[in-house]
Structures are given as C-alpha cells and as structure tokens.
Design a protein around this ligand. Structure first.
Ligand SMILES: Nc1ncnc2c1ncn2[C@@H]1O[C@H](COP(=O)(O)OP(=O)(O)OP(=O)(O)O)[C@@H](O)[C@H]1O
Ligand SMILES: [Mg+2]
Length: 217
C-alpha cells in the first residue's frame, strides 16, 4: 500500500520498462497531461537520448535548445529557463532531447549537469516526469533512477515477460529507488488473464499523431 506521505514526497518520477516499445513515452505523456490538467505545474523531460520522442510528439520548434545541449555544456553558460518549451496546455512544460551518437548517453547523464537541472526543477514545479530508454540493454535508466524519487515501471500485454518485470524490480531494489507502481499498458480485456505470459513481442516504431492538435489552453 502506498502511503500519502510517500506520494507527497514523490516529486520526480522516472518512467521505465525493460523492453523497447512497452509504452513508457506514451504513459509519461499521459500522466504529465493529467497532472497539468489537475493544476500541478508539471515538467516533462525526455531522458531518452538514444531515441528521443517528445519533440516529435509535441511538435516543438527544432531549433529550441534540448537536454543534449544542456548536458554537453560544461561551461554552464545556458540558463535553465532557456531549455524549457511550453507544452500543449497550461501548466505543462517540456524539456525535449536530441539523439546522441558520439558518446555513451549513460556517461553524459551521470556527469552532474542533469542532477543540477533536476534540483532547479524541484524548486519550480510540482511534478517532474522523466521518460527513459529501456532498462534492459543499456545503463541510462539506471543512472536516471539514481536522480529521481521513484520509478514507474510500464509493462505491455504481449510484450512484457514476467521474468523481465522481476528483473526490473530487483534492479531498482539494488539501486535503492522505490518503485511507485507498475502500469499495465494496452491490456485487451478478453485476454487479461494471460497478461505477462507472452514469450515474444511485436513492436512498430512511430507515433500515429502528435499532441499539438489539442492546442494549449
Ligand atoms: N495502449 C496503447 N494502445 C495503442 N498503442 C500504443 C499503446 N501504448 C503504446 N502504443 C504505441 O506503441 C508504440 C510504442 O509506445 P511508446 O513509444 O510509448 O513505447 P516506449 O516504451 O517509450 O518505446 P521505446 O522503448 O522505443 O522508447 C507507439 O507507437 C505508441 O503509440
Ligand atoms: Mg520511449
């Protein structure tokens, strides 16, 4: 059972999953939008430097500074506010990202610039939601988990294996970051009894649309 005290103290949430395509990004976007609609000042950060999606989903200006520039800027010449773009509704701000090819994202994420950005965000927002790459193949999500209050594990029917979920729970236990909860995404009601039992996964990249069409305000 999750206590009220735990919820109150959970300001920075990381959305993660073990496999690709389980619905981390879409779930993080949905929670960020709900949170903003409920009146909480919400910041949604694209922590996936391997396959960033938020700029595409929210159709932000391509020339806007991204998390990548922030993390690469060791001289600290950029203001935090310069990074933030407005989301589609009041109370929702975004920090988008760009793909990183030359260096290991985990190394860049762990350098301290992101921790500093999150500390700034804690002062300015009620809720900070970070999207991440899958936990399985790369170490980025584990680095991110060290910087947040809690993680949300996303699972998807037909994609997630029970063993993978156990692996995630064990991994976060080792890191010492509490698991806020697990989202069962894309559950087909007629098959809900089979959830978690799939052996493989089918997954297509690409989003069917952008949130921009909803308009801000
Ligand atoms: N419940 C759902 N119903 C229909 N489509 C969904 C659902 N959840 C996710 N999708 C679609 O599945 C694809 C993968 O979702 P998403 O990008 O959110 O997953 P991800 O875990 O962030 O993937 P990655 O590991 O590549 O970052 C997207 O095209 C998304 O629109
Ligand atoms: Mg994603």
């Amino acid at each position: 059972m999750i206590s009220d005290k735990f919820i109150d103290q959970t300001k920075v949430l990381l959305f993660c999953s073990v496999m690709p395509g389980e619905g981390k990004t879409i779930s993080a976007c949905n929670l960020a939008i709900s949170s903003a609609l409920n009146g909480s000042r919400t910041l949604l950060i694209d922590g996936d430097l391997r396959r960033p999606q938020l700029a595409n989903i929210f159709d932000t200006d391509e020339s806007h500074p991204s998390l990548l520039e922030w993390l690469s800027n060791d001289k600290n010449t950029m203001m935090h506010e310069e990074l933030v773009s407005q989301g589609i509704i009041s109370n929702l701000d975004l920090i988008t990202s760009r793909p990183l090819k030359e260096i290991n994202p985990a190394e860049l994420l762990g350098r301290g610039r992101l921790a500093e950005l999150i500390e700034w965000a804690r002062e300015h927002y009620d809720r900070i939601i970070i999207d991440s790459p899958p936990l399985g193949p790369v170490g980025d999500a584990q680095v991110l988990a060290n910087l947040v209050d809690s993680v949300v594990i996303v699972s998807r029917q037909g994609v997630t294996r029970r063993r993978a979920l156990k692996f995630a729970l064990h991994r976060f236990d080792e890191i010492g970051t509490p698991v806020f909860g697990c989202i069962a995404n894309d559950v087909k009601h007629s098959l809900s009894g089979m959830f978690g039992g799939a052996d493989g996964y089918g997954y297509a990249y690409g989003y069917s649309g952008s949130y921009k069409s909803y308009g801000r305000d």
